[in-house]
Structures are given as C-alpha cells and as structure tokens.
Write a protein that binds this ligand. Structure first.
Ligand code: HEC
Ligand code: HEC
Length: 93
C-alpha cells in the first residue's frame, strides 16, 4: 500500500454494513434495558410501612400470600432491585 492510498481511505460498503450492525446492537441494548426493570414494590399501606426484611418475608417467602418465584435471589436488601414505594416509612436504603 502506498502512502497515497492510505490517506485517501473512503468508507466502503462493508464499512457501512459494519456501522449499521453496531448501531442496531446499541439501539437494541438501550431499548431492551427499559424492559428489564425489576417489578416495583407496590405503593400501598402495607408496603409503605414494612421496614424489616423479616416482615417482607412473612408474606413473600414460599409459604406467604405472595411467594417470590422459586428462582428468586436470596439477597437481603429488597430495595436494591425493587423500587421503594414513595413515602416509605423506613430509613433510606
Ligand atoms: C402483609 C403482607 C405483605 C408484606 C408485609 C409485604 N408484602 Fe409485598 N406484596 C404483598 C401482596 C399481597 C402483593 C401482591 C398484591 C399487590 O400488588 O399488592 C405484594 C407485592 C409485592 C411486590 C410486587 C410483586 C407483584 O406481584 O406485583 C413486591 C416487589 C413486593 N411485594 C415486595 C415487598 C417488600 C420488599 C416488602 C417488605 C418491605 C413487602 N413486599 C412486604 C404482601 C405483602
Ligand atoms: C437482585 C435483585 C433482587 C433483589 C435483591 C430482590 N428481588 Fe425480588 N425480584 C427480582 C426480580 C428480577 C424479580 C422478577 C421475577 C424473577 O425473575 O425472579 C423479582 C420478583 C419478586 C416477587 C414476585 C413478583 C411477582 O409478580 O411474582 C416478589 C414478591 C419479590 N421479588 C419480593 C422481594 C423481596 C421481599 C425481596 C427482599 C427480601 C426481594 N424481592 C429482593 C429481583 C430482586
């Protein structure tokens, strides 16, 4: 390749296809991320005033009224993933 050829590189068809694919992937990832938000904690009397995990689990363990899915994480801090209801009574987490 001569010096002249190097300096006169132009975008070819394959470069355009490559660019189009990259753009599509980015767009899909950005749009897809909005669908993957965790289910929020309902904003009701019960959920605003429950401030201990043990209390949550009375209703949400396997024997509760609304069990977590069997595959659910065993992580302690529910609000890391589930949005806190507005006006939650507990300390900010
Ligand atoms: C007195 C029982 C009770 C307690 C305590 C309780 N929940 Fe719930 N929770 C429910 C019920 C029943 C539902 C489903 C009906 C609804 O939308 O209110 C629910 C729904 C949810 C949902 C939404 C899932 C869905 O099916 O829509 C999340 C997330 C959740 N609770 C998290 C929590 C967390 C975190 C705590 C502790 C801060 C907690 N809950 C305390 C009874 C309870
Ligand atoms: C690491 C993130 C994470 C943490 C921490 C977490 N959850 Fe979840 N939870 C999820 C996801 C994601 C789902 C959606 C269902 C699934 O795929 O497991 C879910 C689903 C649920 C559901 C069922 C919702 C339904 O409609 O069936 C309940 C109830 C729930 N979580 C309660 C809790 C409670 C209570 C805690 C705290 C002890 C907690 N979660 C902590 C991520 C989390």
């Amino acid at each position: 390749m001569t010096e002249q050829q190097k300096n006169t590189w132009k975008m070819g068809k394959r470069d355009m296809v490559f660019l189009a694919i990259i753009t599509a992937v980015v767009v899909i990832l950005v749009l897809g991320s909005t669908d993957r938000k965790t289910i929020p904690v309902p904003n009701d009397e019960t959920h605003r005033n429950t401030t201990a995990r043990a209390q949550c689990m009375i209703c949400h363990d396997a024997a509760g009224v609304r069990p977590q899915p069997a595959t659910h994480t065993k992580m302690e801090r529910c609000f890391l993933c589930h949005t806190q209801p507005e006006g939650w009574a507990g300390a900010p987490q």
